[in-house]
Design a protein around this ligand. Structure first.
Ligand SMILES: C[S@@+](CC[C@H](N)C(=O)[O-])C[C@H]1O[C@@H](n2cnc3c(N)ncnc32)[C@H](O)[C@@H]1O
Length: 223
């Protein structure tokens, strides 16, 4: 993967030194609770996390659902190796981790649920990325992702100080308006109208951090 991380920070260096913060833990736990609703409601079995990082959500779900298979994908080998060791030490044989990268995904595997959280923010060809993620979803399966939009742009511009070089680099694609999406963009990239994930899990709207889901070839009338 030559030239990876061209438009963001060096995630290999980041994960070599990063320890999981309270914030990350809380975010991962909350997301696990939300995804559990989809897994149970639709009987989903094969589940992929793209841009999994330390896989906080995945570890919780893999323990809760031993009958399901979980695969985490990330371009950063340091975090993949840490995750592999943790899965082995925890005896979680229903999960594995592979190196892969958006927008051009190498894996041909298909899943009942593909989710991609806090990751498309670092991908320039974001339309290609969501198309390729959607291609990895089984019939009647789900793609769930959050993405940067114009509300995120305003939030990041307000929150990131001019002298905060690290975050300016990390979020440069958003700050330079290179990878902002609209719901219409998603609809035209996937040929399916995206639905609001926050609403589906009983939460209020979050325009700055919009999260959507799309179901592949759902039978007429199905949600
Ligand atoms: C902010 S972390 C999010 C981790 C995890 N999804 C979560 O919600 O806690 C972003 C992740 O995206 C990964 N990443 C960066 N560029 C990527 C790309 N082009 N394709 C896939 N993952 C990427 C990084 O290595 C990192 O693990």
């Amino acid at each position: 993967m030559p030239g990876k991380y061209k438009n963001t920070i060096d995630w290999d260096r980041f994960w070599e030194s990063e320890t999981v913060s309270e914030n990350m833990l809380m975010g991962g736990r909350n997301m696990a609770g939300r995804l559990a609703r989809f897994i149970e409601q639709y009987g989903l079995r094969r589940i992929a996390d793209f841009g999994c990082g330390p896989g906080i959500t995945m570890f919780i779900l893999a323990e809760k659902y031993p009958e399901c298979e979980f695969v985490g994908f990330d371009p950063s080998m340091p975090v993949i190796e840490k995750n592999r060791a943790r899965a082995e030490n925890s005896g979680l044989s229903n999960m594995r981790f592979e190196q892969d990268m958006l927008p051009r995904i190498r894996t041909n595997e298909k899943f009942d649920l593909v989710y991609c959280i806090a990751t498309l923010h670092y991908v320039k060809d974001i339309r290609g990325a969501i198309r390729n993620l959607y291609a990895r979803v089984n019939d009647s399966g789900f793609l769930i992702f959050n993405y940067p939009n114009r509300f995120s742009l305003h939030a990041y511009r307000n929150q990131i100080r001019p002298d905060d070089a690290e975050n300016r680099k990390r979020f440069s694609l958003i700050l330079n308006e290179k990878n902002l999406l609209t719901l219409k963009d998603i609809d035209s990239a996937l040929g399916r109208c995206p639905k609001n994930f926050w609403k589906a899990v009983g939460e209020g709207p979050n325009r700055e951090n919009n999260c959507v889901y799309v179901r592949r070839n759902a039978a007429a009338g199905a949600k």
